[in-house]
Design a protein around this ligand. Structure first.
Ligand code: ZN
Length: 345
């Protein structure tokens, strides 16, 4: 996939420079940005796996960072900080991964210190969802906002929040788990990935959308979808978007129903945070701004919010798609490293 943000030539960049690392369960992305958040070279991405040994992965990350600095024509002394975005529950005070669900067995690993030792540079650790939110606030579709909430729609529903320039990390390293706010208190509500019933993620993640689509197929209410799936196509939000785009009403209904559930969750987020903006990112945006279906999805969310939130909040908040795609994580991690550098240098 082409990078969301094009690198600029080094002679136009403004020092100091920051490395951003977005450590993920399936891949790790690393980039190098200037003081304005502009990448100065192509980001590097490599697959990561649950069976990776933490020390080896850190060594690989350090190697890629050092290679990237060299090939971009910089000296390592010109790098002020490395920002490291990590998944799961983190102890940000000690730099330790506490309960990384994507990396079982890594609990207790002092990843911040390990990367600092290997790379020879100071490392700032952040929650990966907070990093993505900060990336959007810094140079993405939340640029100019003082506060925003980013919901990332994928297998689950992730969330990062920055309020009044403060990154919400929480007392216990959970960040903001807004995918798990309750939108249905009934005992028969669908079960979330966390095991509880009625959470937003159980309605608005890709997993939930596929489950509802399967139910619709079983009830005989989505004949075209049923036909595509029986012909071997993968039942996914992407397929729904494709069929909805071609005029299939059941597929569009599933997408707009998802928007309504998201609207319910977003109302609570607006009443809790009163942010300048609420952004929707991740893999499941049904084509985003570029597609009529994506735009209807977004409009349906806004409609539900207008119907249920305080009018003053609903009228002022900007609800839009995120802009940086898969680059938000590393750019935001670099941005958080920059905040740290400006505060403590
Ligand atoms: Zn949950």
């Amino acid at each position: 996939m082409a990078p969301a943000v094009k690198p600029i030539p080094l002679n136009r960049a403004i020092a100091p420079f920051f490395v951003g690392v977005d450590l993920g369960g399936t891949s790790t992305k690393i980039g190098l940005v200037d003081d304005l958040g502009r990448p100065v070279c192509q980001p590097q991405e490599f697959p990561t796996a649950v069976e990776d040994v933490p020390e080896q992965l850190v060594a690989r990350v350090a190697e890629v960072i050092n290679q990237m600095i060299q090939t971009s024509g910089l000296e390592s002394t010109e790098i002020a900080r490395v920002g490291l975005g990590c998944p799961g529950i983190l102890d940000l005070h000690t730099g330790v991964m506490v309960n990384p669900t994507n990396f079982p067995g890594w609990g207790g690993f002092p990843i911040r210190e390990a990367l600092a030792d290997r790379s020879g540079m100071p490392v700032v650790m952040a929650n990966d969802a907070s990093a993505a939110a900060y990336g959007e606030l810094w140079i993405g579709s939340g640029r100019g906002f003082r506060s925003l909430v980013l919901l990332t729609l994928g297998t689950g529903v992730g969330c990062g929040a920055i309020i009044g320039d403060v990154i919400i990390e929480g007392e216990h390293g959970h960040g903001t788990e807004c995918g798990h706010i309750l939108i249905d208190p009934s005992d028969t509500a669908p079960v979330c990935s966390c095991g509880q019933r009625g959470h937003l993620e159980a309605f608005a993640s890709a997993t939930a959308v596929v489950r509802r689509a399967r139910e619709k197929i079983a009830a005989g209410e989505a004949p075209l979808l049923a036909e595509k799936v029986s012909n071997g196509e993968k039942l996914s939000p992407l397929l729904l978007a494709k069929l909805a785009e071609a005029g299939d009403q059941p597929s569009l209904d599933l997408i707009l129903e998802t928007a309504r559930y998201l609207g319910l969750g977003i109302v609570t987020l607006l009443h809790t945070f009163d942010p300048s903006g609420l952004l929707l990112g991740g893999a499941m945006t049904f084509g985003g701004d570029k597609s009529p279906v994506g735009r209807r999805f977004l409009e349906r969310i806004r409609e539900e919010v207008r119907r249920r939130a305080f009018a003053a909040l609903a009228n002022k908040v900007a609800i839009r798609f995120a802009a940086l795609g898969g680059d938000a994580g590393f750019i935001g991690a670099a941005g958080i490293a920059r905040l740290h550098h400006r505060r403590y240098r």
